[in-house]
Design a protein around this ligand. Structure first.
Ligand code: TYM
Length: 339
């Protein structure tokens, strides 16, 4: 009586889904932690990829219509500039697929408040005595809906999203148990260990909200400014790339540098230039700039016809995502008995 997950999919490919919030400029933490995996896995040909702009999640933070439109458009351009291809991947905007919020409501009726109160984001906000809106409290529920609507197998993310993927698994299991069916497949997070948490210029996790980012499409000037303000910690007690006391090797510079160059190349450079922070930072600037330049150029090219390009990608993606999501939602509605 119940459809097995994925039973209708003719494709043997695994299903990959991930989203990014349009809350500011994409940074190298987003890229190495998640976006790079989107491109690699898309190009592997082994995945059916759903990649989306999580605008309803962003609405918890961005409450300015023109800013929301601009950031959404920019993120689509970012997706295209790094090599996501609308012919290979389904690129869409969360708010264009109403099944996301509809499914989130259905989940709201089986998810308890104490369970959501264990979420890191909630606990952080509470610890800071911040007044939390319901959308932020409910964030993991909408995210579970995002993931589960597409029979997702893998969710490539940075480690800060691991708990959210676990919530999606728990919610899938609870739904299947409550309604005695197998509507939802359990997704797995895909987290690459050495880029699970990319550090920012202050050594904490790189994050738009900490103001410690290096933008992915930074100009050379922006790269110089960011790199020159990397906090250099090579003092007493700091640990070097070999696991021994660092002794003149600036840890934060090294940690960012190894995203762009192999450790085999970096170690001799850092050994030879112990304590010469300017030399090492200059080398890092060159390596970031060499990496970013082609991306920056491709993005500049795309942005000449931004409106047309973005509108087309999103319209096409919405059509394809809606087709899959609305079928799944029908299956859910049957399972709960509203149809
Ligand atoms: P967001 O927009 O905060 O971040 C997008 C992706 O970038 C990763 N990331 C990092 N990875 C490593 N090091 C860092 N410093 C770093 N900073 C960010 C994030 O882990 C993420 O993978 N809730 C999500 C958006 C979302 C989503 C989804 C993701 C909504 N629905 C469904 C997957 C599936 C978020 O806020 O990501």
């Amino acid at each position: 009586m119940f459809n097995k997950p994925g039973a209708k999919s003719a494709s043997k490919k695994k299903i990959l889904l991930s989203g990014i919030k349009p809350t500011g400029q994409a940074h190298i933490g987003n890229y190495f932690g998640a976006m790079k995996q989107f491109v690699n896995l898309q190009n592997s040909g082994n995945y059916e990829c759903y990649l989306f702009i999580a605008d309803y999640h962003a609405l918890n933070l961005v409450q300015d219509a023109s800013k929301m439109r601009r950031l959404t458009q920019e993120l689509v351009l970012d997706f295209l500039a790094i090599g996501l291809d609308p012919k290979k991947s389904i690129i869409f905007k969360q708010s264009d697929v109403p099944a996301h919020t509809e499914l989130a409501w259905i989940f709201d009726t089986i998810v308890t408040m104490p369970y959501l109160m264990r979420a890191h984001a909630y606990k952080d906000a509470e610890a800071k005595n911040k007044e939390l809106n319901v959308g932020t409290f409910n964030y993991p529920v909408l995210m579970a809906a995002d993931i589960l609507l597409y029979n997702t197998d893998v969710v490539p993310v940075g480690s800060d999203q691991k708990q959210h993927v676990e919530y999606a698994r728990d919610i899938a299991e609870k739904f299947n148990y409550t309604f005695r069916n197998e509507t939802f497949k359990l997704p797995e997070p895909l987290i690459i260990p050495n880029v699970a948490t990319v550090p920012g210029i202050d050594g904490r996790k790189m994050s738009k909200s900490y103001n410690n980012t290096i933008p992915l499409f930074a100009t050379r000037e922006e790269i110089i400014k960011a790199v020159m303000s990397i906090v250099t910690d090579a003092g007493l007690g700091a640990i070097g790339p070999d696991g021994k006391p660092s002794d003149g090797i600036p840890q934060n510079v090294y940690a960012i540098h190894k995203l762009f160059k192999s450790e085999a190349e970096l170690k001799p450079l850092y050994e030879a230039n112990k304590g010469k922070y300017k030399v090492l930072k200059d080398a890092l600037v060159e390596d970031i700039d060499a990496f970013v330049k082609p991306l920056r150029e491709k993005r500049a090219e795309l942005s000449k016809k931004a409106e047309k390009v973005v509108a087309k990608v999103l319209a096409d993606g919405a059509k394809r995502a809606n087709k899959v999501a609305s079928q799944k939602l029908e299956e859910v509605k049957r399972a709960v008995g509203v149809v």
